[in-house]
Ligand binder design. Structure first.
Ligand SMILES: [Zn+2]
Ligand SMILES: [Zn+2]
Length: 426
């Protein structure tokens, strides 16, 4: 593409997207709501860097994961180090816990984070190379009550943002004690039908048959439906945890379905796995996914600290949310002449100190043109600053939405504006 002077026009990198002011209000409201709700449950924000050493994610996700084999956004920096733009947040938090010895603080540790993640795959509709997640993590809490509490918190966030028609899938993927025996049975079942599986699943049948359940190919799904189920192989501890978890879900009145094929995409999960899905045009889409990872911190060389968390895709969340964006309210200054312009600049400065949004445009206009301009911009208020007003120190304030007018000093008018704001927003 070429610009006017024949200069090459630079566009955003493929798979990334600008969030323009017309759309960003939705993001701000969703993010503010998430922060507010998480803080109510005692979560605190932990901001980790966007770039990390590549090995952090190779260790964190297990070498057989798709996320490692084909989706990481990895490059070599000028120092010859392999750097990866984080594909998910949990490994960064685990690294930060170990690095800063956060495990020495009172437990459980509750963290949240909202920000961009990256993956390098073929961009397709609704999938971006830079996408955004709302992420929470809890470390050092074994009690299954926390598993239910984070789900309750996720549901609270979804309903606060007007997301309806969601339901919850839960499963237990077992632990180090009980998963190997199940893995063996599953491998046998997968190998028995290996020829009928897709090439990807044929590879998985040897390496990690659990991941065959993630396959989207219809014939693989049909075969996987006949495979042994993890819930029949759980050890005493895992079975008890799963039972208690569901009891606490009942306590919160969260309806759910046990989905034995739900194993989540990542290898590091233990015990609880869950998804919250929405139904659109007959297709189920996960809006939130999470689970427990009790061995992860230790596998990263840290202390024995169990963990659980979830991630919510913001793009997906906004596509199903029904968020009411409040109208912008601001004061437009209709002034005549240089003297009144200067006075307007001073008045605007004072009103802004009162928390009132102001717009003083610098172009000379007739009074009639000021009003049509204010209308076009959607101003709620117009403050008239003419010679008379300057002399008297009293101004005319027009309420554009209710076709009424007030006269008074700046302080009086400021309190009218603020009073209406309180009345309308509660
Ligand atoms: Zn177990
Ligand atoms: Zn397959």
């Amino acid at each position: 593409m070429s610009g006017e002077q024949g200069k090459k026009v630079i566009s955003a990198i493929k798979g990334t997207k600008d969030i323009l002011p017309s759309e960003v209000r939705l993001w701000q409201i969703a993010e503010a709501t998430a922060r507010e709700i998480f803080e109510l449950y005692g979560y605190r924000e932990l901001r980790a860097p966007v770039i990390e050493p590549t090995e952090l994610f190779e260790r964190g996700t297990g070498a057989s994961s798709d996320i490692v084999t084909k989706e990481m956004y990895t490059f070599t920096d000028k120092g010859g180090r392999s750097i990866t733009l984080r594909p998910e947040y949990t490994p960064s938090v685990v690294r930060a816990i170990i690095e800063h010895r956060l495990d020495l603080q009172p437990q459980p540790l509750r963290f949240y984070y909202i920000g961009p993640m990256f993956r390098y795959d073929r961009p397709q509709k609704g999938r971006y190379r830079q996408f955004h997640q709302i992420d929470i993590e809890v470390f050092g809490e074994k009690d299954p009550a926390i598993d239910a509490e984070i789900l309750e918190m996720a549901h609270r966030l979804l309903s606060s943002l007007g997301v309806t028609g969601v339901f919850t899938l839960v499963n237990s993927v077992g632990c180090k004690k009980c998963r190997p025996a199940y893995g063996q049975k599953l491998r046998e079942a997968a190998l028995a039908v290996k020829e009928q599986l897709c090439p990807d699943c044929q590879r998985k049948s040897e390496l990690n048959p659990l991941r065959i359940f993630d396959c989207k190919v219809e014939s693989c799904r049909a075969l996987a439906a006949g495979f042994p189920r993890i819930t029949d192989f759980l050890c005493e501890e895992c079975r008890e945890h799963f039972k208690k978890f569901r009891e606490y879900l009942d306590l919160y009145g969260i309806s759910y379905r046990v989905e034995p094929t739900l194993v989540r995409g990542l290898d590091y999960y233990t015990k609880t796995a869950f998804e919250i899905v929405t139904e659109e045009a007959g297709a189920q889409n996960a809006i939130c996914g999470g689970g427990r990872y009790d061995d992860m911190v230790r596998e990263f060389g840290g202390p024995d600290l169990c963990g659980i968390g979830f991630a919510m895709g913001v793009e997906r969340l906004l596509s199903v949310a029904r968020i009411k964006v409040p109208e912008r309210s601001f004061v437009y200054f209709a002034y005549l002449g240089e003297e009144a312009k200067k006075e307007s600049l001073k008045l605007a400065r004072n009103l802004r100190s009162e928390g009132i949004e102001c717009l003083v445009e610098f172009k000379e206009r007739k009074m009639k043109d000021h009003f049509s301009r204010a209308n076009k911009l959607g101003a709620e208020w117009v403050l008239i600053v003419g010679e008379d007003e300057l002399r008297k120190g009293k101004f005319q304030l027009k309420d554009m939405t209710k076709a009424r007018q007030f006269e008074g000093s700046l302080i009086e008018l400021a309190s009218i504006i603020k009073g209406k704001k309180i009345l309308e927003t509660g």
